[in-house]
Design a protein around this ligand. Sequence first.
Ligand code: SF4
Length: 306
Amino acid sequence: MRFVFGPVASRRFGLSLGVDLSPERKRCNYDCLYCELGGAKPIAVFDNPAPPSEIVREVKSALETCKPDKLTITANGEPTLYPYLDELIDDLNAIKGSAKLTILSNGSAIGVPSVAKALAKLDIVKLSLDAAEMKSFRKVDRPEKSWSDLGEQIESMARFRARYKGELAIEILLVKGANDTEANFAALAAALKKIAPDRVDIGSIERPSAYRVQAASIETMRSLLDRLAGLNAQIIPSAYAAAKQSLDKEALLALLNRRSLSFDEAAAILDDRSIALLNALVANGLVAIKTQSDKRFYALEVIGSK
Ligand code: SF4
C-alpha cells in the first residue's frame, strides 16, 4: 500500500487507519522545530499530487479487511495543501462505513474558503495552534514566507468552529525556549476562548525531532493547562510517559490544593507508590473522590472538615 498505513490501535482513539497524502516526501508549509519528519524548506504548493481515485482505491481495499474506528487523513506534511482535498473527502465519506473521517492539520489554511468548506464535511478536525503570539509562532512553527497573519488564522478557526457541526480539537505542542512563555500562554488562553473547540490537547516533543530542541516540562504544560479553565483541555497522556513522578504526602496534598486530579491523569503522572499513598489519603478522609461527567477525580475538598 502506498497511501494507507496502519491500522494503529490506541486506548484513547481506538483503531485508526491512516491515509497519507504525501507518502514519498515531506510537503509542508511549516518547518516546525519539533517535526518528526526532519527539517525541510516550507513549501506553498503541493506539486505532483496523486489523483483522489488512486488513494480511494487503496482505502477501499484496506476497508475490506479492517473496520477502523477512524479513517485519518494526514500527510508527510500538511494535508490541506493537497489540491483535491474536497473531492477526496467526498469520496472517503462515501466509503468510510462507521469509521469517523478525521484530519490532522496544522490549521494554516483554515481561512481559505475552499479548505474550510472541505473540512466542514469531516467528523473530526484536529488543528494545531502552538502559539497565538507572533514571536513564539515564528520561533516554533517557522512558516513559509507567503504565510500571512496569525490573528486572521485564529479568527478563521473561530469562524470555522461557529459553523462546523463535528468535533473540533486543537493541539498545542510546547517546545522549551520557543513557545513556553507567559505571553504566549496568555495569548493562547484568549484565542482558545474565542475559538471554543470541543477539546484542547497539550503535549510536547516525544520522539526525535528535526532540530536540537528540548521538550517542555510537565510543570510548564500544567501551567498552560491552569490557564485554560472552562475549556475541555488536557495534557495528552503520552506526554507523561517519560515523567512519572514519585510524590510524598505533602507534595500530593499541595498538588490537589492547586486543582483536582482525574484518575486517568493520576495513573499517567504518578508512580505506583504515589497512587497507593493517594488512596491511603482517601481512606483517611483527607482526600475525596468526586465524579463529574462520568470522570472520577481526586479532590481536596474535605480538608478542613477533619
Ligand atoms: S506542521 Fe507538521 S509536518 Fe509540518 S513541519 Fe510542522 S510538524 Fe512537520
